[in-house]
Write a protein that binds this ligand. Structure first.
Ligand SMILES: [Zn+2]
Length: 422
């Protein structure tokens, strides 16, 4: 039996930073957290991490890609992203799609299913996917392909077999235009989603679409986390969607109706409702750090989760070209389409943590909560997202500059930048 002792580091625990402590890892779990340097016994290995910080492994529930790979690139893309993410401190992630055809969605979800049933050692854990779905507002779709958007079908209340009888609905005729017009409709998309039900965790939808609230109820009833976003819904319509079962918000502030003092919009509904947990793109660009602080104050760190909304451009140098759901993007301060539309971020979770702690002034404990604990809770991952005895040994070792030096996943070293420095 091998026990690993990570000694001498400052551990970011759920309620405090414990200086010069030892994290004891055994059988993939955190066996103990003790003070000071322990004597090494037989069967134990010790790694001296004096001067380093250990935080719980980051959980990113909204990431499209990294280092040149997009989840929709085809076979092997999700596995490549899972292999790349530990160097940024990510130990678990939801592969995230943009609106696409049922065939493309099937390909991504099939890979997600395969990787969930046979996880790859040394790679970030693949969680059920987040779909920035076909059921979003064309006015607020951002970089999503308008031709792939559909309105929810009437009468759909359950999974496969509940289709309304009669001619097959092809969804909204008004939205079925453009170069992506293909022979598929809203029903076909929902068939794929329900066929892969356990492999879908979060679905972003615009509840104001015709039959949108029916779709919220159907998805929430099936156990999918319904997320408000890419939406023109105002305050009242947002509250109606929350009452229907929505409990998550996709990149709060970005691509939704804003808040003013007389018109709270979707932002006001999300900030004011404790039943809804909000994603926040923590790059300091998508949301000003001052407004990040407002969100944290309104919702507490238990109601906010840091996301990257990272694209294939994340981790690449400025000026690099990459893809987002088949469209070309350029790496700048954010990712942009050729027409300058903001198309997700070039952020990685280590930088999101640094932004929260630095620019947004969150503190280490709250930073770790928003990058690990809250997203793990949101997805129902028991024993994840905290450094505590008995928890899964997913942890990130950072140096004083908050640069990732080691990432541990299930007690295995998935990324190690310290050995080379010695
Ligand atoms: Zn996104």
């Amino acid at each position: 039996m091998t026990r690993t002792l990570l000694t001498g580091a400052d551990l970011v625990l759920p309620d405090r930073v414990a200086a010069n402590h030892t994290l004891v890892i055994e059988d993939g779990r955190i066996a103990d957290i003790t003070t000071g340097l322990r004597t090494v016994a037989a069967g134990e290995r010790r790694i001296d991490l004096t001067g380093h910080l250990i935080v719980p492994g980051f959980v990113d529930v909204h990431v499209h890609g990294v280092l040149g790979r997009d989840v929709q690139d085809g076979a092997g893309a999700v596995a490549a992203i899972a292999a790349a993410l530990p160097r940024f401190g990510v130990t678990a992630f939801c592969p995230t799609t943009v609106a696409c055809s049922p065939r493309e969605l099937t390909a991504v979800l099939a890979e997600v299913r395969a990787l969930r049933s046979a996880p790859l050692t040394g790679s970030a854990r693949v969680l059920p996917a987040h779909l920035e779905s076909n059921f979003i507002s064309p006015e607020f779709c951002g970089a999503q392909p308008v031709g792939c958007l559909r309105t929810p079908p009437a009468g759909r209340v359950q999974g496969p077999g509940s289709r309304v009888q009669g001619p097959k609905s092809k969804g909204s005729s008004t939205l079925d235009s453009g170069p992506w017009t293909l022979d598929w409709g809203a029903e076909d998309v929902l068939d794929v989603i329900f066929a892969f039900r356990p492999d879908v965790s979060i679905m972003t939808i615009a509840p104001e679409l015709e039959h949108g609230l029916d779709l919220v109820r159907a998805l929430a009833g099936a156990g999918i986390i319904v997320s408000l976003g890419h939406s023109a819904a105002g305050y009242e319509a947002s509250l109606a969607a929350i009452a229907a079962g929505a409990r998550h918000a996709t990149h709060l502030f970005n691509r939704m109706t804003p808040m003013t003092h007389r018109d709270p919009g979707m932002v006001g509904a999300v900030l004011g409702c404790e039943d809804v947990t909000a994603e926040l793109i923590c790059d300091g660009r998508h949301v000003h750090p001052a407004v990040m602080r407002v969100a944290m104050a309104a919702k507490t760190p238990a109601g906010v989760m840091a996301i990257t909304d990272g694209t294939a451009g994340s981790g690449l140098p400025r000026g690099a070209r990459a893809r987002l759901g088949g469209r070309t993007i350029t790496v700048e301060d954010v990712a942009r389409l050729d027409d300058r539309t903001m198309a997700g971020s070039v952020l990685t979770m280590d930088r999101a943590f640094a932004c929260l702690v630095g620019q947004a002034g969150a503190g280490l404990v709250d930073g770790a909560r928003m990058c690990a604990t809250t997203p793990a809770r949101e997805l129902g991952l028991l024993g994840h997202g905290v450094l505590a005895a008995g928890a899964v040994a997913d942890a990130v070792v950072m140096d004083a500059n908050l640069t990732v030096r080691q990432t541990w996943i299930g007690g295995h070293l998935a990324f190690d930048d310290l050995r080379s420095a010695e």
